[in-house]
Design a protein around this ligand. Structure first.
Ligand SMILES: Nc1nc2c(ncn2[C@@H]2O[C@H](COP(=O)(O)OP(=O)(O)OP(=O)(O)O)[C@@H](O)[C@H]2O)c(=O)[nH]1
Ligand SMILES: [Mg+2]
Ligand SMILES: [Zn+2]
Length: 297
């Protein structure tokens, strides 16, 4: 094959207003995506490995998206090894259903998740541990952190070493603040009054190379649907429910109040947390209403 000198391969590290910034071995190239991606409904996202056809020294056009290992729509990231789901112990309080939806989506796409509770300096140890125990029982790795005091930062650094990791969560939980500590890169962080007015600080996904890892800083979000998942498959994406497979009285048990349900028994005994079970039943009810033909692929 003849090598085309005008084509280089790199990774999208940022996307703003129709421009993509592609990092190659020796440059950052500003690109516009080609029309054909829109037609195929395949848009480049941050983290994509792409071919770029150069039009100048540092400008070009994304001409091919390499096959993705995985991707998420919200936050829009591709080819990740791990998701760090950040919540704050206070301001804002954790949104358990949102966390559980994102955990479900990540699991269904084969992405491992870690739970990180930030701003532990604002809460009592009891409050922090209550939150942690919900996810420890579900067998997710959990870290208590504070971007203010530096607690947990070393632990996160150790965990993400050598990996490509996306930080996600509500606006204002401190994703950028933590990443500033972790990577030493000076990211923009918000002030609380701005967040209370519903303003987001980080507006674009950005891939940062630092601290022996590649990390995505992502904008906060509060709306998320897991609509691509079928109600009768939902149990698979709750590890603590999946581990009870075959234990219920009825083989077809959906764990929403049937007789002899081992999942409900585990909730009653405290082995499965009430909050996770509520998320399961809420999500199940919502997904059950969606007809198969309405489901996006
Ligand atoms: N007390 C305390 N405040 C923190 C901590 N981490 C972040 N903050 C504050 O919380 C506010 C929001 O932090 P950001 O890092 O901008 O939050 P974010 O998650 O990146 O928000 P978006 O970019 O809007 O999604 C800022 O005022 C930070 O100083 C923490 O551990 N403790
Ligand atoms: Mg931010
Ligand atoms: Zn059951």
């Amino acid at each position: 094959m003849i090598e085309n000198k005008n084509v280089v391969t790199g990774r999208i590290i940022k996307g703003i207003g129709g421009f993509y910034y592609v990092k190659t071995d020796d440059a950052i190239i500003e690109c516009r995506a080609r029309g054909k991606f829109r037609k195929d409904e395949l848009s480049p996202i941050v983290g994509d490995i792409v071919d770029v056809t150069l039009s100048g020294e540092s400008t070009g056009q994304v001409s091919k998206i390499h096959e993705r290992k995985n991707f998420l729509i919200r936050p829009g990231v591709a080819n990740v090894d791990m998701l760090v789901l950040v919540s704050a112990a206070k301001s804002p309080l954790p949104d358990m259903l949102l966390i559980d939806k994102l955990l479900v989506i990540a699991k269904s796409r084969g992405i491992d998740s870690v739970i990180c509770l930030n701003k532990t300096d604002l809460a009592s140890l009891d409050e922090a541990q209550n939150f942690m125990s919900v996810y420890e029982k579900a067998s997710y790795p959990c870290i208590m952190a504070s971007a203010k005091t530096g607690e947990g930062v070393g632990e996160i650094q150790k965990l993400i070493k050598g990996k490509t990791v996306a930080f996600a969560g509500l606006s204002g939980v401190g994703k950028s603040s933590l990443l500033k500590r972790i990577t030493g890169v000076d990211l923009e962080t918000g002030d609380v009054s701005k967040i209370q007015r519903g303003k987001h600080t980080t507006r674009h996904v950005e891939l940062i190379s630092a601290a022996d890892a590649l990390v995505f800083d992502t904008p906060g979000f509060s709306r998320l649907e897991a609509d691509e998942i079928r109600a009768d498959e939902l149990w698979q994406y709750f590890p603590e429910i999946a581990s009870l497979k075959g234990e219920c009285k009825f083989r077809t048990c959906n764990h929403i109040g049937e007789k002899g349900c081992a999942v409900k028994e585990a909730v009653d005994s405290g082995a499965i947390s009430q909050s996770r079970y509520e998320s399961y039943t809420t999500l199940y009810g919502r997904l059950k209403e969606i007809k198969d033909w309405e489901r996006k692929d």
